[in-house]
Design a protein around this ligand. Structure first.
Ligand SMILES: [Zn+2]
Ligand SMILES: [Zn+2]
Length: 346
């Protein structure tokens, strides 16, 4: 057992504080990672504030982890000391169920072990990346290509894979019209990745405030959703819509933008139900779907894809003392486009 520095929160309305947490001794397949950077995801905020159900405090969030391997267990074969690696939203799964066998560990039938606010196979609560070190079994560690800086790599481990996986699954590519709803941490990665896949990308954002950025990220079109004319003009247009907004939106209005056999995929996760009119689906054989991160194999594929296409998140690196402030700015959509904690400041 080793004690490491972290930043923890003690309750839904509490500020972050300095903390020391335990990391387990290395099991034979475990890798010890010195965390260099940890991204701040909207899910961290939902979880830290208890909005997704009761959790056990103190909590150390963070599931966008980039760092360096500093020690390995006796049976580790994939990694060696000094390797650049990442850890995303989960750190283990049963490995035996149908979905794990398919490499879709995020949908493990026994439930994957989330990187924080979960319980690992030793019965211990998991604590995330707002910390200096983490121990993870090698099967849930991915390799960060040399051409991606570690600070920029961090958000790929959640925001990157969360958007890459549905774009990949619903075949975004040449000849496909893809809309991304919301241009935040997830949305901006969705635009970059969909564009790199060869799709014609449209951003649907509340206002035109970030239009220049959206076009620079690779969008061909940019519309304000607060303008009702947008919905008239774009009716029946898109093959695929990725909804990254984790708040209530008029989902039926967005479904009306899908073409025949089009799919609207939710990756943001608002705590409240969204009322869908079945008539919004029947008319054009539309699909209303959801998608959660991606499997480990697909996460590696996404990192390699980003390296190959020179894609990286747009980030603001912050000190650990600024986490509370960063949370407020994420909630106010005042971030370009992902906060990343420099863990040397923890
Ligand atoms: Zn996340
Ligand atoms: Zn499983």
């Amino acid at each position: 057992m080793v004690m490491v520095k972290a930043r923890a929160v003690d309750g839904p309305d509490k500020s972050f504080r300095e903390a020391e947490i335990q990391r387990r001794d290395l099991d034979s397949t475990d890798v010890l990672i010195e965390i260099k950077f940890a991204g701040i995801c909207h899910s961290d905020i939902h979880t830290a504030r208890g909005e997704w159900g009761e959790i056990q405090y103190p909590l150390v969030p963070g599931h966008e982890i980039a760092g360096i391997v500093t020690d390995i267990g006796s049976g580790v074969t994939k990694y060696k000391v000094g390797d650049r690696v990442g850890v995303g939203c989960m750190v283990d799964s049963c490995g035996e169920c149908e979905n794990c066998q398919k490499g879709e560990e995020q949908y493990c039938l026994k439930g994957n072990v989330p990187t924080y606010a979960g319980v690992d196979k030793y019965g211990e609560p998991t604590q995330g990346g707002y910390s200096t070190h983490i121990v993870v079994t090698e099967g849930f560690v991915v390799r960060i290509p040399d051409s991606i800086e570690l600070d920029a790599a961090a958000p790929l481990l959640c925001a990157g894979i969360t958007t890459y996986s549905p774009l990949n699954h619903w075949n975004a590519g040449p000849g496909k019209k893809v809309a991304v709803v919301g241009l935040g941490g997830l949305g901006h990665m969705g635009v970059k990745i969909a564009h790199a896949m060869g799709a014609e990308v449209t951003v649907l954002s509340q206002t035109l405030n970030k239009k220049e950025d959206g076009l620079a990220f690779g969008a061909a079109h940019y519309y304000a959703t607060q303008d009702p004319k947008t919905f008239e003009k774009l009716a029946g247009t898109f093959d695929l819509i990725i909804n990254t907004v984790s708040a209530q939106i008029d989902i039926n209005g967005y479904l009306s933008l899908l073409t025949l056999d089009g799919a609207l995929v939710n990756v943001g996760a608002p705590p409240e139900p969204m009322p869908v009119h079945v008539m919004s689906l029947i008319g054009h054989r539309r699909t209303f779907a959801g998608s959660m991160i991606g499997g480990i194999r697909e996460t590696q594929e996404m990192l390699d894809f980003c390296a190959e296409h020179g894609i990286a998140p747009s980030i603001e690196v912050i000190s650990a003392d600024d986490i509370d402030d960063a949370y407020e700015r994420v909630l106010a959509s005042d971030v370009k486009y992902r906060f990343v904690i420099d863990t040397s400041t923890i």
